[in-house]
Design a protein around this ligand. Structure first.
Ligand code: PRP
Length: 179
């Protein structure tokens, strides 16, 4: 296993680079099998999903297109509950097999809002792949078909995830040091 030294401000490494790479490969293989023969539209949710999306795409063997949306509801470390669409899809998802790619599901409010919106656009199918999932934090009943790692209620950063826009560039997922 590849050892990664925690950066300043990080209490401990939760998922190192090798663990992430292996699990994302497995997710890609499962998705490739499930969507065999079906062109897929991957919808990455900016900005947290960037690294996951890049790594996952490499492991998906079926024909796929990518698009992005940006939604936001967080200020610092807490959700405002008010989900806003900051950037919408460039193309249509009508009649397409859509797979939403998220970095983390916490309260579920972002995903719930997003799925309701995308359903109105009549995709042929709509599923979710999230790298991380905090089931104990749910405020609404929403689930992902593909989950990389269910995790406890720690504040995690790195591999695309931020705290006040910091730490997104860490190549691992770490637990933030709290005062
Ligand atoms: C984060 C994350 C998810 C959402 C999950 O996004 O990327 O989209 O929060 O939280 P929830 O389940 O409680 O709604 P954020 O709004 O922080 O934007 P970002 O991806 O640009 O960091």
């Amino acid at each position: 296993m590849l050892k990664t030294a925690p950066t300043r401000g990080i209490d401990r490494v939760l998922l190192d680079e090798e663990t992430l790479r292996q699990r994302i490969k497995e997710l890609g293989a499962r998705i490739s099998a499930d969507y065999a023969g079906k062109p897929l539209l991957l919808v990455g949710i900016l900005r947290g999903s960037i690294m996951f999306m890049g790594e996952l795409m490499k492991s998906i063997a079926v024909d796929c297109a990518i698009d992005f949306m940006s939604l936001s509801s967080y200020a610092g470390d807490s959700t405002t509950g008010n989900v806003r669409v900051l950037l919408d899809l460039r193309g249509s998802c009508e009649g397409r097999d859509v797979l939403v790619v998220e970095d983390i599901i916490d309260t579920g409010l972002t995903l719930d809002h997003l799925l309701a919106l995308l359903r109105t656009r009549q995709p042929r199918s709509l599923e979710v792949c999230s790298l991380l999932d905090k089931p104990s934090c749910r405020k609404v009943d929403v689930t992902a078909k593909y989950v990389g790692f269910p995790i406890a209620d720690d504040f995690v950063v790195g591999f695309g995830l931020d705290y006040n826009e910091r730490y997104r560039n860490l190549p691992y997922v770490g637990v933030l040091k709290r005062p």
